[in-house]
Design a protein around this ligand. Structure first.
Ligand code: TTP
Ligand code: MG
Length: 352
């Protein structure tokens, strides 16, 4: 049986801002660009009491909480804190899979730290984060990644939840399906229509019927519903994509307008691609978000990057507009991480 810890910082960007600016400590704050059309990155727990949430448009958040203070994003600071965080993790194990700036899985199955107790390791890590970074984190300890991630949310903020293997069967029963990563509001609604709300419901449901509803994703859902997840903690996950996107200052309609934005985005994309220049491009894609907040993506497999293709994909995506204006344009490259060929590895061998 494995021992996995999932660590997730509490209201990460907002917590960093409260740490660095004492005046924000006792007021509802959110982090984001304070424009009429922007959405929030996150908010502190005081703001959450008003119903404010991540990814909420600023306008809506201010309706819910008129005194909300929207603090500008300081991405460089969050990145630096994230590096410090990873350094703390490394003292306990090298089996680390970062998921984002503020979140990681740690596999401590073979760790001898804290007498091999995953619970104690998680406690020590959270204490070190508090002492050294003046920030709080929550942790979940469980036999696999899926359960550890669910567990870290159970006692948020500044809490820890341990799910021992013998309690998994009981715990998973009443877990709402919408808490399973990958089950978004649309899928959850589809499942609810069939009377499927909790993992227990899925456990008792016909696998064939579920396949009709969800296709191949049904296999994973059944696994998760029984608390099973065999995915390993992947150290050094390589980038699989590069992207650039922009929310427009004003919604636009014409292909010409979109194409001009696309040209700017291409420059950003090339800059980002340049940093991982040895990667092979295998896919290109366009994303459009329309004025009603629905979005569409068009992708195509390629063997090398092709600028003109982006404009063709844009045209195709625009055929789905149905008279809706465009509010956001994004472009994406799927990449195959660079792998040393055997020859290069040999060349890189240290001289004896
Ligand atoms: P999360 O861990 O999802 O959220 P959080 O740390 O703010 O709050 P919680 O206590 O619930 O964990 O995301 C980490 C950071 O990523 C968050 O501080 C800001 C950023 N983020 C966005 O920029 N946009 C988003 O939609 C989300 C969800 C997060
Ligand atoms: Mg977090």
């Amino acid at each position: 049986m494995r021992k996995i810890i999932h660590i997730d910082m509490d209201c990460f960007y907002a917590a960093v801002e409260m740490r660095d600016h004492h005046k924000y400590r006792d007021q509802p704050i959110a982090v984001g660009f304070d424009g009429p059309r922007s959405v929030l990155c996150t908010c502190n727990y005081l703001a959450r009491q008003f119903g404010v949430r991540s990814a909420m448009p600023v306008i809506q958040a201010k309706k819910l909480c008129p005194q909300l203070c929207v603090v500008p994003v300081r991405m460089e600071v969050y990145k630096a804190v994230s590096k410090q965080l990873m350094e703390i993790f490394k003292r306990y194990t090298l089996q680390i899979e970062p998921l984002s700036l503020d979140e990681a899985y740690l596999d401590v199955t073979d760790s001898n730290m804290c007498n091999g107790s995953a619970t104690l390791i998680a406690q020590h890590i959270r204490q070190a984060i508090f002492d050294e970074l003046q920030l709080t984190a929550s942790a979940g300890v469980a036999p696999n990644k899926f359960l550890a991630k669910i567990a870290s949310d159970e006692q948020k903020p500044n809490g820890q939840f341990v799910l021992p293997p013998e309690q998994v069967a009981q715990f998973i029963q009443q877990l709402p399906l919408k808490k399973i990563p990958g089950i978004g509001p649309k899928t959850a609604a589809k499942l609810a229509k069939q009377g499927l709300l909790s993992c227990a419901d899925v456990q008792q449901f016909s696998a064939d019927k579920l396949h009709v509803i969800m296709g191949n994703a049904s296999y994973t859902l059944i696994e998760r519903s029984f608390g099973r997840d065999t995915r390993p903690v992947i150290v050094d996950r390589q980038r699989k994509s590069v992207a650039a996107e922009t929310t427009l200052a004003q919604d636009i309609v014409s292909y010409q307008q979109c194409a001009s934005v696309l040209t700017d985005l291409l420059a950003t994309l090339y800059r980002r691609l340049g940093k991982i220049s040895k990667s092979k491009v295998i896919k290109q894609g366009i994303k459009l978000k329309f004025a009603d907040f629905n979005q569409t993506t068009v992708e195509m497999s390629v063997t090398a990057i092709n600028d003109a293709l982006f404009f063709d994909l844009l045209k195709k995506a625009l055929t789905r507009a149905n008279h809706r204006k465009v509010r956001l344009i994004g472009i994406m490259l799927g990449i195959q991480p660079y792998v040393n060929t055997l020859k290069e590895q040999q060349l890189n061998l240290p001289l004896k």
